[in-house]
Design a protein around this ligand. Structure first.
Ligand SMILES: *Cc1c(COP(=O)(O)O)cnc(C)c1O
Ligand code: SF4
Length: 560
């Protein structure tokens, strides 16, 4: 079997939005070109290529897909554009330069001209992903400053996680018993407006040097309870490869360190950086894990897919930490699209963070209920692999706290009381002003992924309610809640997924309209044409399942 059976509608819907989508997959073009992406005839010798694999996506020209490039850089030769050094040294940071790529709003002009703003620097690659005419573009909001950054809010703090107080030596945050956060640089490939560490990040004068690294390693050598070291910053992957390698070697020479992880946004801002040379270097220092930081499906471009594929092939398990940001991803449908794209790229959603109480990020904050709503809409409704843990980093330095029973002590108007793993109790103050997500102008809300037979979630998806109500109490004298059980409810019994369903949520599926097909009973099936009585009410133990001696799916599998 050579020919990939990639249904046209699947490919089209995978490319939900984003400038990347406009370029990387025109299913028609793909199929017109012939047998497969490489123009090879489908015969037994051709290697199987799954065109649905995002890392193998091809563009209309049959070459590896590329994302949109802003006209300003149209003349840059491909070798330079794909060279991470060129991308880094041509980063954009002034009002004039950004104005050549985007049509700026007054708010953004004010933000970009402010003298005391948090550092701006954006790779040409990442800036090109922004729709120049859409002021609400989700990537734009993450990297282009606006006037809102000057607004103070009551709960804000400069060092909201009290990292400096937990640092035994500069840059080393030892807050948890068995693991440390090791800040090794203040530099990033581009800068996020909501950065938790904006107090030091971006500031080259506060950067760490070899002397600091030596002090950090020395502390680790003397602290045998540390088994997990998290390299961060800033962004550890912006370090000169030799410096990064000497740090990794220094860590690996310490016998009690079991795992090393790198927290990085380089694959998002600068996927060109993930080259073979870097991967070969990294894989010498296994077990090495990596956590990336994607916030929106538009960030998962073909270039990113290939970069992450390289990292995975180098044996590095990749996770993702998102930040819940108003106006960027405070929407269940966006989050679902994001986590689905992540797992398709073999990236495991790890944490979804509540936005920290840091200066300049007030306009990004959401109520905690928004995060709970998103978690409710993911858990059970999609693969467990695709569901992150929703975390609040405790203001004042208690560490990350999951928003779940045992840890969430109380939730009332604007105040969330949480306890950490040590019993330490902290309060998170919610924003008083939250500009709710604009469903009418969100293409993900307007064309959500359909979920047939999911009565419980429909209110949640339409925003009518926040939680799914428990149901079926009347049945408690029986074994469990059978009335809500999938097998017992005719509306949930219909085989689902026949024909194109994407983008048609809210419209009844043909099968639902026509009424469900009853499960076959042996005598009705043996009399052709005989009317069949639907039988949906099963007593306990009567649910359709193979009888004694009847073949099951399992035994069938064994025969094969
Ligand atoms: C996030 C963090 C860690 C790692 O925490 P995990 O929950 O294990 O991912 C370690 N130290 C500090 C200071 C952190 O902020
Ligand atoms: S990549 Fe991370 S450290 Fe760098 S600016 Fe963004 S949030 Fe801050």
């Amino acid at each position: 079997m050579v020919q990939p059976k990639d249904g046209g509608h699947d490919l089209a819907t995978r490319q939900v939005g984003g400038p990347a989508a406009r370029h990387d997959a025109d299913p028609a073009a793909r199929h017109d070109r012939g047998p497969n992406a490489h123009g090879l005839a489908p015969n037994e010798d051709t290697p199987f290529v799954n065109l649905r694999d995002p890392a193998r996506a091809v563009g209309p020209d049959g070459r590896p897909a590329v994302s949109h490039r802003a006209p300003l850089w149209a003349d840059v030769p491909d070798e330079r554009w794909n060279d991470w050094r060129w991308q880094l040294s041509n980063r954009v940071n002034t009002l004039e330069e950004v104005g050549q790529v985007l049509n700026l709003t007054e708010d953004e002009r004010a933000g970009l001209s402010s003298p005391d703003k948090f550092r701006v620097d954006i790779t040409p690659y990442f800036l090109s992903l922004i729709d120049p005419d859409d002021p609400n573009d989700p990537i734009r909001r993450q990297v282009i400053p606006t006037d809102c950054e000057h607004e103070a809010f009551t709960a804000m703090m400069e060092d909201s996680l009290a990292e400096d107080r937990h640092s035994p030596v500069p840059g080393l945050v030892h807050r948890y018993p068995d693991r440390v956060l090791m800040l090794v640089t203040t530099q990033c490939a581009s800068y996020c407006r909501y950065c938790t560490r904006s107090r030091i990040v971006g500031d080259a004068t506060q950067n760490f040097n070899r002397h600091d690294f030596e002090a950090q390693l020395d502390y680790l050598r003397r602290t045998p309870q540390v088994r997990d070291v998290l390299l961060s910053g800033g962004d550890a992957l912006t370090l000169a490869p030799k410096v990064l390698e000497s740090l990794l070697r220094g860590l690996r020479e310490i016998p009690h360190i079991e795992i090393v992880r790198i927290g990085s946004r380089v694959p998002v801002f600068l996927p060109q950086r993930i080259d073979d040379e870097l991967c070969e270097m990294l894989q010498k220092y296994h077990p090495l894990w990596m956590n990336l930081h994607f916030n929106h499906p538009n960030e998962l471009t073909p270039e990113v897919a290939r970069a992450c594929d390289k990292l995975s092939r180098a044996g590095i398990p990749i996770g993702n930490q998102s930040v819940l940001l108003a106006g960027v991803n405070d929407c269940l449908h966006i989050q679902r699209a994001l986590v689905h794209k992540l797992v398709e790229n073999r990236i495991r959603p790890y944490y979804l963070y509540q936005c920290d109480l840091v200066e300049g990020s007030g306009h990004f904050r959401t109520p905690v209920g928004k995060g709970i709503e998103i978690m409710e809409g993911l858990r059970g409704h999609t693969s467990g692999y695709a569901v992150p843990t929703y975390m609040i980093d405790a203001p004042g330095g208690g560490g990350k706290i999951p928003v779940m029973p045992n840890y969430l002590i109380s939730y009332s108007d604007h105040k969330v009381v949480l306890r950490n793993y040590e019993g330490y109790i902290t309060t998170y103050e919610e924003p008083e002003h939250y500009q709710a997500h604009d469903k009418a102008n969100c293409k993900y809300c307007q064309s959500p992924r359909a979920e047939a037979g999911q009565g419980g979630i429909s209110g949640l998806l339409s925003g009518e309610r926040l939680w799914i109500e428990p149901s079926g109490f009347e049945q408690t004298h029986r074994r469990g809640n059978e009335s809500a059980h999938r097998l017992q409810d005719p509306s949930k019994w219909v085989p689902y997924g026949v024909g194109p369903i994407e983008g048609k949520a809210g419209q009844p599926l043909p099968g639902l309209e026509a009424g469900p097909t009853p499960p076959e009973t042996s005598d009705a099936a043996s009399t052709p044409g005989a009317p069949r009585e639907p039988k949906f009410e099963y007593a306990p133990g009567e649910e359709p399942r193979p009888r004694e001696g009847e073949a099951t799916g399992w035994s069938h599998g064994e025969l094969l």
